[in-house]
Design a protein around this ligand. Structure first.
Ligand code: DX5
Ligand code: ZN
Length: 214
């Protein structure tokens, strides 16, 4: 299981310390939640934070863009250290073009689906993408409750990936803890994002190790 802790729940006054902790933990990737206050009802952070994180780790930076018009900023995210860039299906009118743009910079391309978006929406692009991000909460905030219907959605996207014979990674984001993490893992997820479960725990590094064991 790939574990991608979200820095959205870290202590921003101590971001260097928290990044170093993630760097020395068993985390595979670092999940970076970018929110614009338009696509989602919240604003998080942008390039300076990403650059800062990039300076303190060489782990994969898994950037989740919850923004409208992502094409405008792809190059800046690549220049700031992104290794994987995931855009929202619901935010892209020309999704195929956006995917090609991301890939043209030599980084991995992902597409995220909101809880209400059926997996069939990706039928025509699944062969072009490296990652599918299944949202298990409505994007915008950390610390929300996992939506149980996500489990069957993971199974459905797994079937589509098998049917199309692609090697797309399935990542699940929102409300992940040891219990919900085990459920999506069993359903076929390859990667899990965890924000508050990691950072609100007593020993974040140990919590990451426990998630790794799923
Ligand atoms: C939600 C973000 C998530 C968030 C997860 O909009 O995309 O990545 O940080 O936080 P938890 O794990 O607390 O639900
Ligand atoms: Zn996210």
């Amino acid at each position: 299981m790939i574990v991608s802790p979200s820095i959205l729940s870290c202590d921003f006054g101590n971001i260097e310390r928290d990044t170093k902790m993630l760097h020395s933990s068993e985390a595979d990737w670092l999940h970076i939640d970018v929110m614009d206050g338009v696509f989602v009802p919240n604003i998080s952070f942008g390039f300076p934070i990403l650059k800062n994180v990039d300076q303190h780790t060489d782990k994969i930076l898994d950037v989740h863009l919850m923004i409208v018009n992502p094409d405008k900023y792809i190059k800046d995210f690549v220049d700031s250290g992104a290794d994987i860039i995931t855009v929202h299906y619901e935010a892209c009118s020309h999704l195929h073009r956006t995917i090609q743009l991301i890939k043209s910079f030599g980084v991995k391309a992902g597409v995220a689906l909101n809880p209400h978006t059926p997996v069939t929406a990706l039928e025509e692009v699944i062969q072009d993408i490296d990652l599918v991000l299944i949202m298990s909460v409505n994007p915008g905030f950390g610390g929300q409750k996992f939506i149980p219907a996500t489990v069957s959605k993971v199974k459905k996207i797994k079937d589509l990936i098998k049917q199309k014979n692609t090697s797309t990674i399935i990542e699940v984001d929102g409300g992940v803890n040891l219990e919900t993490g085990a459920q999506v893992c069993q359903a076929g997820a390859d990667a899990i994002v965890a924000g508050s479960f990691v950072f609100k725990s007593e020993d974040p590094s140990e919590t990451i190790s426990n998630l790794k064991k799923l």
